[in-house]
Design a protein around this ligand. Structure first.
Ligand code: NI
Length: 174
């Protein structure tokens, strides 16, 4: 089912998400996330963005790998994710968000991270991520704690974006 995506200004994007238990229907939830993501031409989508305050997000990089086949496609569900280690080395990358349409800004984040999560079989996975997957993981992980990428950009840039952000808030309240 394709869900509607909550936009900047919606309070659900600022709330903390709850752990998912093995008994919950996370398979259906992940299918809804994947369908909504591919319908909106994005590469990552988290529960709160479709109004579900659960610790789950999906990544599907096929939109990028279609154009650049030097990168392997990542299509993965991350349930109850956590970041257990962050590299001291930071890297700048331009980010966007389906909840903040048409805004792209550079965000500095750790280059590599070590993460834990459950996969679709609810098996525990622990691994080190780098590159695109590390970047998207950190962006989506932020959604589960009510943080948006514009919170992490240069404050002057954020002031410059104020009128654009106001327009998104207005449009989402219609
Ligand atoms: Ni986002």
């Amino acid at each position: 089912m394709i869900a509607s995506i909550y936009k900047y200004g919606s309070s659900v994007l600022r709330k903390k998400s709850a752990e998912i238990s093995e008994k919950e229907d996370f398979v259906l939830l992940s299918e809804n996330l994947f369908e909504t993501l591919s319908n909106s031409n994005g590469i990552g989508l988290a529960g709160p963005q479709i109004g579900v305050l659960k610790r789950i997000f999906v990544i599907d990089t096929s939109l990028i790998t279609q154009k650049d086949n030097s990168i392997e496609t990542i299509k993965q569900v991350y349930i109850n994710p956590s970041i257990v280690w962050r590299s001291e080395e930071l890297i700048v990358y331009s980010e966007g968000c389906l909840s903040i349409p048409e805004i792209y800004e550079e965000v500095e984040r750790p280059e590599r991270i070590r993460v834990k999560y459950h996969d679709l079989q609810f098996s525990s996975i622990e691994k080190e991520l780098e590159g695109l997957e590390a970047r998207i993981f950190q962006h989506e992980f932020d959604h589960l704690i009510g943080v948006l990428f514009i919170d992490r950009i240069n404050p002057l840039k954020r002031i410059q974006l104020a009128s654009k952000l106001k327009k998104i808030v207005k449009a989402s309240k219609k």
